[in-house]
Every structure is written in C-alpha cells, then in structure tokens.
Design a protein around this ligand. Sequence first.
Ligand SMILES: [Zn+2]
Length: 172
Amino acid sequence: MTDIWSKEKRSAVMARIKSKNTKPELTVRHFLFSRGYRYRIHVTRLPGTPDIVLKKYRVVIFVHGCFWHGHSLDGNLPHTNVQFWADKIERNKERDYENKRILVSMGWKVIVIWECQLKSKAKAQTLNSLEFLLNKSFLDDRRLLSANAYGLQHPEGEEGSMAAEEPVEYGK
Ligand SMILES: [Zn+2]
C-alpha cells in the first residue's frame, strides 16, 4: 500500500502536527481563559516546554497530537517510511516520559491531554475533568501546607491524568 501523500508532503504535514498553537491547544486555552484561569504558554525554561503552565495551581499541561506523541489508542503509522516514523515517535515518547518525570520531581502536576480527547464527543468531558484536576491540585497543595503546620506526614504526591476518552456505552 502506498502513502496518499508524497514524501515531501508527508514531512510537511508531520511538521505541522508537531507545531505549537495547534487547534487542540487553542481549544484548551480558550476554555481555561473563559473560565477565568490565567496561564503562560510555551514556557521554555521548563522541561519539554509545556504548552500551558498554571503556576498558581502548580499544573503544567501538554496537549499532545496523537500521532506525533504515539497515543497507543490511535497508533496509525503512515504507510511509507514506517521504520522512520516508528523510531521518531518512539524517541518522542521517551522524551515525553523523561520530561514528565523531571517536572514531577520539581513539584509540578503534569496533565496530558490528547488530541482525540478534544474531539466533539469527548470534548466536554475532557474539559470538565481538566477543571476538576486543576481545583483538586489547588486544594491538595493547601491541605499539604496546613498538614505541615501540624507536623503531619506528606501524603504521596499524586499525578493528574485525564479520565476522558471516547465515550463508552456500558451494558452491551
Ligand atoms: Zn489519541
């Protein structure tokens, strides 16, 4: 089977997928802004240059393209240069993992939102989950502070993850 695009066109398409200010990214930013959250974008001094940083909530958000970051739920590879893309995606995944690990060790909560979680059917649930996680992070931090004041032990740091995927019908 051959690729529907030429090699050059495919490279151009992939480069665009990787770029900043993608439509899914803008969806998340517009939602946050409309809900009153203020944030910085593309913070280069943090590992992996997070797409969105909410300092007050100690949360960084990555909005990942499913292809580029190797979302295993999608996992479609182009039909040409398969090994090339597979290697590239594998490297991206390793780098994502390492960046996440460092950010968590710095005390950030890391939220990854996948492009497919912002498609029409899943979008509302994803954004609601995001808002829930932000507020949970905010409250957890303050609980830690007051716990420290009484000399209690730190609960384990907990890392945010998004619950929303494509809607599932139960009972079938
Ligand atoms: Zn996906």
